[in-house]
Design a protein around this ligand. Structure first.
Ligand code: NAD
Length: 439
């Protein structure tokens, strides 16, 4: 199939590479010249396991190409996917500027029937706006369908998720588009049928409901963790106790320093805005967001309880900067909130992340210029001479460090474990002061 994807970010690039891998001819479009330079030179501008080799393989075979020319890419495509960003606007609603600009560009370039797919996460009703935008820009009488096909991949496991999806949700009211989408996703449904067809509004809502549910599990567990702290209970035992209930399950109930990333925070906010637009108070979603904002501050509060609120002269090591392991994505990363909180109280921070140092430099540059943050070359360098070490992202390499070496390197053996990775008893026996979340 001839497929065009507009927006070559996380979703667009993974989607493009995976469809090419299954034999489709894919053109990925982007309007960022720097990104296109990297891609055309055989590189991949993001860290995502397995992606670089997949992109290289399909560029070599001629199935995957990159361009900034929307018109040329749309001409002759059977499916055109919109995968540009939908960042939060000032009021928290999803900003559809890029989606609708792309829809108009597609309309202006359309020469034959195509299925136009919104893969970006967009609020209920957006497909109607996309249809109007395309229709308004047509230069000739061409039939087209607009389909909603939200993406559920996880950063850090994006290729695996795309190639072996739990399900593929397709919202459409057109038989013709349904046929095209069935054929496109057939190779991904080899073992069992993965496609779930539904109405367009339901499909748009499914994406928000999925992310909001996962964010709710996280905030709920963080709330329980905070209660445990005050009641003298260890939330880790409680987590195992409830996770073993098959109705609850173990995933997304890890207490920590709050959710971040490019999706949960903005999607929860956008759903709250959508609710407001129809005069509905989303009490649960509001609470999920409020708990998350507070949770990102929780470790700084614990640090202040330990050291007092004047941290000048104190130095902290931070392990992990990306919003979760497996990605270099720093968008809304809790580590940033912690670093900003500590430096605002006068502290100096030495930070290390195995893959996000490039991204971190961009976000932390002002603090680096001010001399309050340095990026360490090695995980143990970040611990040298520090008054405490903070675990912010649970990368594998931080899971079982050499605690004796750490103790020798640190000015004081104090660990704030934002991801409950370490055994408090064992650390105490080794002479560490240990603070986790909800324990
Ligand atoms: P991203 O910011 O990584 O990528 C967006 C890309 O679109 C960028 O490369 C940008 O240059 C390009 N772009 C913007 N305007 C353009 C235009 N007019 N023409 C051509 N290119 C343009 O975003 P992302 O993380 O890939 O997310 C894209 C969408 O998918 C969002 O709606 C997001 O919510 C959703 N989503 C993201 C994830 C994820 O894990 N990142 C998962 C599921 C869904």
């Amino acid at each position: 199939m001839n497929l065009t994807i507009i927006g070559t970010g996380y979703v667009g690039l993974v989607t493009g590479a995976c469809f090419a891998e299954r034999g489709n001819r894919v053109t990925c479009v982007d309007n960022d010249p720097a990104k296109l330079d990297v891609l055309r030179a055989g590189g991949v501008p993001i860290y995502e396991p397995g992606l670089e080799r997949m992109v290289a393989r399909n560029v070599d075979s001629g199935l995957l190409q990159f361009t900034d020319d929307v018109a040329a890419a749309v001409d002759g495509a059977q499916v055109v996917m919109i995968a540009v960003g939908t960042p939060p606007g000032e009021d928290g609603s999803a900003d559809l500027t890029a989606v609708l600009a792309v829809a108009r560009a597609i309309g202006a370039a359309l020469t034959g029937y195509a299925v136009i797919v919104t893969k970006s996460t967009v609020p209920v009703g957006t497909a109607d706006q996309v249809r109007e935008a395309v229709q308004g820009a047509l230069t000739r009488d061409v039939p087209f369908d607009v389909v909603s096909n939200p993406e559920f991949l996880k950063e850090g496991a994006a290729v695996e998720d795309f190639m072996r999806p739990d399900r593929v949700v397709v919202g459409t009211d057109s038989e013709r588009a349904r046929d095209v989408m069935s054929e496109l996703y057939e190779p991904f449904s080899h073992v069992r049928e993965k496609l779930i067809f539904m109405g367009i509004r339901e499909s748009e809502m499914t994406k928000y409901a999925a992310n909001a549910m996962l964010a709710t599990k996280i905030s709920f567990m963080n709330e329980i963790a905070n209660l445990c702290e005050r009641l003298g209970a260890d939330v880790e035992a409680v987590r195992r106790g409830i996770g073993s209930d098959s109705r609850i399950g173990y995933s997304f109930i890890y207490p920590g320093i709050g959710y971040g990333g490019s999706c949960f925070p903005k999607d929860v906010k956008a759903l709250v805005r959508t609710a407001k637009s129809v005069d509905f108070d989303a009490h649960v979603l509001n609470a999920v967001e409020a708990r998350n904002e507070l949770q990102k501050q929780r470790l700084v509060e614990r640090i202040v309880e330990h050291f007092g609120d004047d941290l000048s002269g104190k130095t902290f090591g931070v392990w992990g900067l990306s919003f979760k392991p497996g990605t270099d994505d720093m968008r809304e990363a809790p580590a940033l909130v912690i670093i900003q909180g500590l430096t605002a109280l006068g502290a100096t921070v030495h930070a290390y992340d195995p893959v996000a140092m490039g991204e971190a430099k961009r976000d932390l540059q002002p603090l680096m210029d001010a001399g309050s943050v340095t990026l360490a070359a090695h995980q143990y360098d970040a611990a040298k001479g520090v008054d405490a070490l903070i675990l912010a992202t649970e990368w594998n390499i931080f899971r079982q460090p050499d605690f004796d070496a750490l103790k020798r390197l640190m000015a004081a053996p104090v660990i704030f474990d934002g991801r409950n990775q370490y055994n408090p008893e064992r650390l105490r026996r080794r002479g560490f002061h240990y603070v986790g979340i909800g324990r």
